[in-house]
Design a protein around this ligand. Structure first.
Ligand code: SF4
Length: 217
């Protein structure tokens, strides 16, 4: 029903006409959440400097209710992955993500976090944090400016606006909060969700004849 149709269907006394507004539980629920998104204090490389600028007085994140950066994942709603994601850091990032309570969101800030950036071919860098944890908003740039980050945060607020209290996964018994297996860092980074695929590929590799002969001798 449109707003006009709704207002004509519900009679409002003249003395209350300018004092009553009609809303929905969803709107109130999302309005309170969108204006109190607390990001985690967490930075990885140069993009983090821009994130810090965004939190300073000039850009005034308090306008969006996001000025309360928390130093613990237990009190954070938003992880801003700001910087180059090295293989060494991935287990820590995934652990922090698992420790955040629902509802939780992830913003990938900059070319490095979204796809490896200028270090994409590096032996020590992963080509996107979304290979390991779900990302809600991507902010392009190297580095993105504070204005670009703010634009990404507004995009996140718009995403929150469209969520429904009836379908969000954190209130549903059949969709318990996702726990991402923490990748193992050895000679290389191993995503435990890919173990079957890794085994299958390893079995396809034939041993070299010289090595086979040396092993038999
Ligand atoms: S995207 Fe650019 S500015 Fe951001 S961490 Fe990578 S190299 Fe640094």
């Amino acid at each position: 029903m449109t707003t006009d149709a709704l207002s004509s269907a519900i009679p409002v006394p003249d003395e209350l006409a300018n004092n009553v507004f009609i809303t929905s539980l969803n709107t109130v629920y999302n309005w309170s959440r969108r204006n109190s998104v607390w990001p985690m204090v967490f930075g990885l490389a140069c993009c983090a400097i821009e994130m810090i600028c965004t939190a300073a007085s000039r850009y005034d994140l308090a306008r969006f209710g996001m000025e309360v950066f928390r130093a613990t994942p237990r009190q954070s709603d938003l992880m801003i992955v700001s910087g180059t994601v090295t293989k060494k850091m991935v287990p820590t990032i995934v652990r922090l993500y698992n420790q955040m309570p629902e509802p939780r969101y992830v913003l990938s800030m900059g070319a490095c976090a979204s796809g490896g950036g200028p270090f994409k071919e590096g032996y020590n860098v992963v080509d996107g944090i979304d290979k390991f944890i779900p990302v809600d908003v991507y902010v392009p740039g190297c580095p993105p400016t504070p204005q670009a980050l703010i634009n990404g945060l507004i995009a996140l607020q718009e995403k929150i606006d469209h969520q429904s209290i009836l379908t969000v996964p954190w209130y549903r018994k059949d969709t318990p909060g996702e726990v991402v297996p923490i990748p193992v860092l050895g000679p290389d980074l191993v995503d435990l969700r890919q173990l079957d695929k890794i085994r299958t590929e390893a079995e396809k590799v034939q041993p070299e004849p010289e090595i086979e002969a040396a092993a038999a001798a």
